[in-house]
Design a binder for this molecule. Structure first.
Ligand code: ADP
Ligand code: MG
Length: 338
């Protein structure tokens, strides 16, 4: 008979990493979200070899006090929630306290931070999940997280990584999704030392133009509606701009990029009469809703959410977008025979 035993922390973290850190882009997402949660308004990302060799995110956010550095890499340690009530109305992008612990368990991670009120920075290094002592370091106010050699200690996972180009494309897509939702934040993205994106602090329209292109903005209809505690803002492309792929579909709930069936269905319906059935609408839409009305704790990566009133959300999205589209197509010939 086999006896039951608890797994060592390091192994528990590596198991969690399988969910949270599927690939370099997932690590990048966790790191960018931490910088935003820390209130940064300037974020720099350096990638090497598609993020497999290096992911470094540097921010000018609130920082971490030296005593808390080991805790930042500890599983289930977070500064963002303290109770079930907090969880039910969570307004930060992170809250599970497992992002950095997971990443640290499958990489060589260096965390350097200097809170604005501290005169000096401190750093902690984790290699293969083992923490080295906190020591003084040099850094401007803010935080840097450097992740080197992702999956170096888990060869089976490393084999699942795709080519550098593919991993880089995922990192770039992750960066763009996050940058789109935070136009007031200044971003820089470099890959293998080359600048890919340099985005100043700008308006949403300017950021959408920079990231999604002039074609999109030129044809896009701005949209802003509020009803019953729901608020929707952003841009929907006019039917003439329809893309053949789903590439230009950006939908956010409370600043978080999500893939949501309710929203996808409502938007498809809204475009139904004006778009050929094999084309896909393009949009960058930001839904804001009382955090208590949406459960973001459905999946470790939080790419899915659950709405408490999904029917009301569906109607609101459908009507808002339908109305915006109707305003432009009024008088034009309908795309489907009546
Ligand atoms: P979570 O984001 O869910 O709290 P993480 O493992 O991603 O969990 O981070 C753990 C903690 O480390 C955070 O709660 C935060 O206090 C701190 N932290 C991580 N990254 C940063 C950062 N860039 N700036 C300031 N604090 C950070
Ligand atoms: Mg986090």
């Amino acid at each position: 008979m086999k006896r039951i035993h608890s797994l060592p922390d390091h192994l528990v973290n590596q198991i969690a990493a399988g969910e949270v850190v599927e690939r370099p882009a997932s690590a990048l997402k966790e790191m960018l979200e931490n910088s935003l949660d820390a209130g940064a308004d300037k974020i720099t990302v350096d990638l090497a070899q598609g993020g497999i060799k290096l992911i470094r995110v540097t921010d000018n956010g609130g920082g971490i006090v030296p005593d808390d550095l080991p805790l930042a890499l500890d599983r289930h340690a977070t500064s963002k929630i303290a109770s079930l009530a907090d969880l039910e109305s969570v307004a930060t992008l992170g809250f599970r306290g497992e992002g950095l612990a997971s990443i640290a368990s499958v990489s060589r991670l260096t965390l350097i931070s200097r809170p604005h009120e501290e005169a000096h920075a401190h750093q902690i290094i984790a290699i293969d999940g083992a923490l080295h002592p906190v020591e003084p370091a040099a850094h401007a106010p803010g935080t840097s997280v450097e992740v080197v050699d992702l999956y170096f200690n888990t060869p089976a996972r490393r084999k699942f990584l795709k080519s550098e180009n593919t991993e880089y494309a995922h990192c770039a897509a992750t960066f763009e999704r996050i940058a789109l939702a935070h136009p007031q934040v200044e971003f820089l993205l470099r890959h293998n030392g080359k600048v890919v994106w340099r985005l100043p602090s700008q308006s949403l329209a300017e950021r959408v133009g920079a990231l999604l292109g002039k074609d999109f903005v030129d044809s896009a209809l701005p949209l802003e509606t509020t009803a019953g505690g729901l608020q929707l803002a952003g841009f929907v492309a006019s039917p003439t701009y329809s893309k053949a792929s789903r590439d230009a579909q950006y939908f956010y709930v409370n600043g978080r990029f999500v893939r949501d069936k309710t929203a996808q269905h409502a938007l498809r319906q809204a475009y139904r009469d004006v778009l050929h059935h094999d084309r896909h609408p393009a949009y960058a839409l930001f839904l804001n809703i009382d955090p208590a009305g949406v459960d973001v704790n459905v999946h470790p990566t939080k790419i899915e959410v659950r709405f408490r009133e999904s029917q009301a959300i569906h109607q609101f999205l459908f009507h808002s977008v339908n109305k915006a589209l109707a305003a432009t197509t009024a008088g034009a010939a309908p795309a489907v025979a009546l």
